[in-house]
Design a binder for this molecule. Sequence first.
Ligand SMILES: NC(=O)C1=CN([C@@H]2O[C@H](COP(=O)(O)OP(=O)(O)OC[C@H]3O[C@@H](n4cnc5c(N)ncnc54)[C@H](O)[C@@H]3O)[C@@H](O)[C@H]2O)[C@@H](O)CC1
Ligand SMILES: [K+]
Length: 473
Amino acid sequence: MAAVDVNAESLGVPRKQLMESSGNAVARVCRDLADPGSSVAIVAGRGNNGGDALVAARFLKAYDVTVTLLGRPETISTDIARENWEALVASEVDLQTVTDSVTFELGDPDLVVDAMLGTGVTGALREPEATAARAINESSATVLAVDVPSGVDADSGEAAGVAVEADHVVTFHDDKPGLESLDCDVTVEDIGIPAAAELFTGPGDLLTLRRDPQSHKGDHGDVLVVGGGPYTGAPALAAQAALRAGADLARVACPEYVAREVQGYSENLIVSGFDGDHLTTDHVPGLLDVAADRDVVVFGPGLGDHDESLAAVREFLSAYDGTAVVDADALQVVPDVDTEATLICTPHQGELVKMGGETDDDWETRRELVREFAADLGHVLLVKGAYDVVSDGDEDRVNRTGNPGMTVGGTGDVLAGATGALASVLPPLDAAAVAAYANGRAGDAAADEFDGGLVATDLLERLPAALEGYQHE
Ligand SMILES: NC(=O)C1=CN([C@@H]2O[C@H](COP(=O)(O)OP(=O)(O)OC[C@H]3O[C@@H](n4cnc5c(N)ncnc54)[C@H](O)[C@@H]3O)[C@@H](O)[C@H]2O)[C@@H](O)CC1
Ligand SMILES: [K+]
């Protein structure tokens, strides 16, 4: 929900506007439950759950409304809730504040609006909330809870202590799983969160990437890139992208002569060369050994399409049961390989067609086609284009970052490497979506500087900032 909020904000729909919609929705349900002129007691907490009801108070002019804030106004925990409180103070609405359980009084209202606590809470109710919950439960008033009855966990429906027993709940945007087990009516109200805030990647997606300060080397990914052959730069780009996207270690396995070059690109990489000038099935047992101790394998950058190399990819994937990002020429093997591995396939549209998938100029049609093909394959697809489409066959995400300058060689290798790093710390669909978002954002930053003259290494440098929120918080 926090991610969706941030994405909505980036689309121009700030949280305060959503609070206005939720408050309006609360008032609408109040009107359904009580006749004009009835007395309505709003019991508000100091977070945004309380803020929703403070908005509702403005929409209930035909009622005899009293608002009780649990706690001192200075301790209201969010700016938007405080602004709504101040609007009520300035409007001389009937307000009271209660700082301890002794002074809490509910009176004898027709309707109680429970807006003490919502989804921002874990654990048992403290005071004065617990006393207020008991008073609400003892009263003969109809009880309307905002978002979730205070004291009830929105995910599990369980209460760690005393909780409000509501007759009705008005919840927002989407059903909350915890409400299903409760004995009350539930109304789900659309509060105007754009569907795009969930479909399109945005800055909110980066919230999933906060680093744990207690973590150790290797916790953020140990990635093996297998590739190189006809193309020598590709595996180096992918491995460096993995490091820039937060992996702690990036290894490259590639033909001997490529290994010397890769080492020249960066001293941060661990490189091992195998004999010959391309991958063959002879190398597979060794690769499987190395891959077994890694978090993710990125297979394909610069590999080429030598029959022996494709046979090796097939043999590797048949025996591998970890997570792999599959890119470039390795992709064509995926449709007919029988594997236990979790694959994230990163084709451009030409490669998708080569895999047996279909594409379309219209992104919405493409989204349907990609979802169906991902379901057929049983793997995650990240299909690159002006709008990247990511799907696991069930859920889809669409990425709009990036620019035409990124058609230059190597940007796909950067994306594959970044996806590998992120797949070490995130579920596959999220890893692909965040990688597409960050790669495009890095490309947009590079285009600001170099226009159509950007090159793939410009993206590498800009990846950390494009993943901001991950590295810096
Ligand atoms: N997109 C969204 O997520 C939206 C959320 N909205 C509302 O925002 C609510 C979530 O708001 P918040 O995150 O501010 O959280 P809450 O308002 O649920 O709770 C936060 C407040 O509760 C206090 N608190 C925490 N644990 C407590 C305990 N055990 N006993 C007593 N007090 C405790 C905190 O100090 C803080 O003041 C939702 O339930 C919903 O009503 C709406 O405004 C609309 C949009
Ligand atoms: K509530």
